[in-house]
Design a protein around this ligand. Structure first.
Ligand SMILES: Nc1ncnc2c1ncn2[C@@H]1O[C@H](COP(=O)(O)OP(=O)(O)OP(=O)(O)O)[C@@H](O)[C@H]1O
Ligand SMILES: [Mg+2]
Length: 249
């Protein structure tokens, strides 16, 4: 089997007495979409922040394409090949979809505006925003905002795309659209880590699913196996909430 794109080794992270991650370790393979589920507060976003360099772990290593990047800055990691979305959307309201994506290319990948233009247009087509590239981000509907979040992350030309709950609040048919985008991204050669509570995305939009709970990755395997496992039920029941299956609309 190919060497992993990304190896996460024994991550631990605490905020004061709140021990959020105690030991998280897994591998992300070439052209793989790895789903990550776990109850609210399990540390999914903290894990993403550690991978991208926003937070430093108390222990553990991050190895990207065989190289230890644990001490690299956020900017260095972005330029080496990491793109991400944020749980709270961060697009610039008054700038167009095109301009927002250009910001991703210029700051994320260190491109010049001039050289990034064509790539940005291709990305906007891939995510289904080609016809709205001149619309201000603030005027876009929720689905298009989510598309744009992914587009901005892709504009830095990542090898690894990290998605933090991009399907939340969408209807079932809108979620299907997002799943289609993620599939096209993967087919273009990008490996994806996709954090989501929405069952449908984990079952039908990933290659493997990992459950994060009580500070560690509890199980990782084929989507059907993991999603129907007792561990997932226990994790969500224990937290007092359920994995979200119903959608509005
Ligand atoms: N910068 C921070 N400072 C202090 N505590 C933090 C910080 N970031 C996260 N935490 C704490 O870490 C824990 C895990 O938070 P995290 O946001 O990673 O959860 P999550 O699994 O992403 O949950 P959700 O599904 O609700 O998004 C929570 O107890 C949170 O309060
Ligand atoms: Mg989170």
């Amino acid at each position: 089997m190919d060497a992993p794109v990304l190896s996460i080794e024994d991550l631990a992270s605490a905020f004061g007495s709140n021990r959020v991650l105690t030991s998280v370790g897994f591998e992300l393979r070439e052209r793989e979409t790895l789903g990550v589920i776990g109850p609210n507060g399990a540390g999914k976003t903290v894990m993403l922040n550690i991978i991208t360099g926003i937070l430093s772990p108390d222990r553990g290593r991050i190895v990207f394409l065989g190289r230890d990047i644990s001490r690299k800055s956020v900017v260095d990691r972005a330029r080496m090949g990491f793109g991400r979305t944020f749980q709270i959307p961060r697009s610039f309201e008054n700038m167009t979809a095109y301009e927002n994506s250009l910001v991703g290319a210029v700051f994320g990948a260190g491109r010049t505006e001039k050289s990034a233009g064509t790539g940005v247009c291709e990305i906007l087509d891939l995510i289904g925003l080609g016809g709205k590239k001149l619309d201000p981000a603030g005027k876009l509907g929720l689905l298009d905002r989510k598309r744009l979040e992914i587009g901005v992350a892709l504009a830095s030309n990542p090898r690894v795309l990290l998605l933090d709950e991009v399907a939340g609040g969408l209807t079932e048919s809108e979620i299907t659209e997002i799943m289609g985008i993620v599939r096209r991204v993967k087919d273009s050669g990008v490996s994806v880590i996709w954090i989501e509570h929405v069952m449908q995305t984990m079952l039908h939009g990933t290659d493997r699913v990992m459950l994060l709970n009580e500070g560690r990755n509890v199980i990782c395997g084929l989507p059907e196996e993991v999603m129907s496992s007792g561990e997932v039920e226990d994790a969500y029941l224990g937290s007092g909430i359920h994995a979200r299956t119903e959608r509005r609309g």
